[in-house]
Design a binder for this molecule. Structure first.
Ligand code: HEC
Ligand code: HEC
Length: 371
């Protein structure tokens, strides 16, 4: 090799080494290091209607503005599903009281699950178990499940975490929400905590016709029909009207007792013949077969179709069901019995259920997709 060529080669090596050296300059932050991003958590205070119970937040997951914002992003982001087509909001859509409008939900593989997506309104107050059968306790536990469920997002958590680490925004979002100093500290547990924080913000507005009609000085009054429906719903008419018994299981202010009952929708001869055993399958107690959570009826007009398997299409048909007394079963609750409502009384009960429609809740900007 000619000397000048040797010199050139030497130079190129020098440039190469120097160039690479720049990437590894020890004064620059390591790739994935998040410690330079400010972490200054601000408490998030949820507005709760006056008549509501206190909102309980687990001590290990205090709500912060950055935590709620991250949870909202994750909730609406299809990044959580295997083929990036489905987010939590695909099945829990704000327009539909956070349900999907289908009898039973379809996952990414278009396989139908056997149950109907549940409304998430006032989910923070569900202290007696989550799901139709109560099998999860905390929102933090529940939020871990859809990602790997074969009839839902059908992906893996390690797969989700890889995508989040490589994402241009999420590592910083996790830093702001939880103070982690490196993107390798992103875990499924932190993702679940953030989603739980967002879900705890999904609280009724307290501004429905029902709430306002009961607030002195609001200037809102029930119509005569709504008032009759109200009296039947809460068994308040003192015998003038039939008792509809609804409040025993769907009681104010949440319009859910949070408890589990058999309300007579499944036709069975024996207690081991339910299509879906519900609570009984979880507890192993056959006397609880066919029992499901009595969900909140707030905003109920927006979450058709109804029941754990979406078998009832309209609120009119729900009222027909209760009026008929439902299918007999040993453990059917005695409050589900023939009611003898007239056509007018059924219309009155329906008018009352519509006073629970919560337009401010459905349209609240903070509950919409951030994308
Ligand atoms: C494919 C549709 C689908 C997707 C996607 C989905 N869910 Fe659900 N969700 C359901 C169904 C169906 C149920 C009821 C399941 C049961 O009872 O077995 C449910 C129940 C719930 C409940 C319990 C509500 C209650 O009142 O007890 C919560 C909370 C929830 N989902 C949150 C989420 C979150 C958070 C995500 C995203 C990580 C998500 N869901 C993704 C369909 C879906
Ligand atoms: C004994 C308790 C009980 C009584 C009384 C009762 N319900 Fe229910 N209700 C339930 C249970 C449990 C479910 C869920 C059942 C299922 O999905 O299998 C339910 C479901 C519903 C749903 C569907 C909710 C949804 O999100 O799909 C509506 C609407 C409803 N009830 C309205 C009423 C009305 C109106 C009355 C009074 C006429 C009433 N209920 C009386 C226990 C009760």
């Amino acid at each position: 090799m000619l000397p000048w060529k040797r010199l050139l080669a030497g130079f190129s090596i020098l440039i190469l080494v120097f160039g690479l050296g720049c990437d590894f300059d020890p004064s620059e932050p390591e790739v994935g290091d998040l410690s330079q991003i400010p972490y200054s958590p601000e408490r998030f205070k949820v507005q709760v209607p006056a008549a509501f119970p206190e909102l309980e937040v687990p001590a290990n997951n205090p709500m912060t503005k950055a935590g709620v914002a991250l949870g909202r992003k994750l909730f609406f982001d299809p990044i959580l599903s295997r083929d990036s087509t489905q987010s939590c909001s695909s099945c829990h859509h704000p327009d539909k009281n956070f349900t999907d409008g289908l009898p039973t939900s379809k996952g990414v593989d278009l396989i139908n699950g056997r149950r109907s997506a549940m409304a998430l309104i006032d989910i923070a107050f569900q202290t007696k178990g989550l799901f139709w059968d109560g099998r999860a306790r905390l929102l933090e536990d529940q939020a871990l499940l859809p990602v790997e469920d074969p009839v839902e997002m059908h992906f893996t958590w390690p797969g989700v975490i890889e995508r989040l680490k490589r994402h241009p925004e999420y590592p910083a979002d996790f830093r702001k929400a939880f103070g982690i100093t490196h993107k390798d500290s992103i875990t499924k547990f932190l993702a679940a905590k953030a989603m739980a924080q967002f879900e705890r913000t999904l609280v009724s507005s307290g501004a429905t016709r029902y709430d306002l009609a009961l607030t002195p000085g609001s200037g809102v009054f029930f119509s005569e029909s709504e008032l009759r429906g109200y009296e039947m719903y809460f068994d308040l008419s003192g015998g003038r009207l039939p008792d509809a018994e609804c409040f025993h299981c769907h009681n104010a202010p949440l319009f859910s007792s949070l408890d589990y009952f058999n309300n007579g929708i499944q036709r069975v001869v024996h207690g081991n013949q339910f299509e879906d055993n519900g609570l009984g399958a979880i507890t192993g107690n056959a006397a609880q077969n066919g029992m499901f959570k009595a969900p909140s009826l707030r905003n109920i007009a927006q979450s058709a179709p109804y029941m754990h398997d979406g078998r009832i299409k309209t609120l009119e048909a729900v009222i027909e069901h209760y009026n008929s007394g439902g299918h007999p079963a040993d453990n059917k609750n005695p409050f589900v019995r023939k009611l003898g409502l007239t056509v007018q009384q059924k219309a009155d009960l329906l008018a009352f259920l519509h006073t629970l429609t919560d337009t401010s809740f459905a349209q609240k900007p903070d509950y919409q997709s951030p994308f």
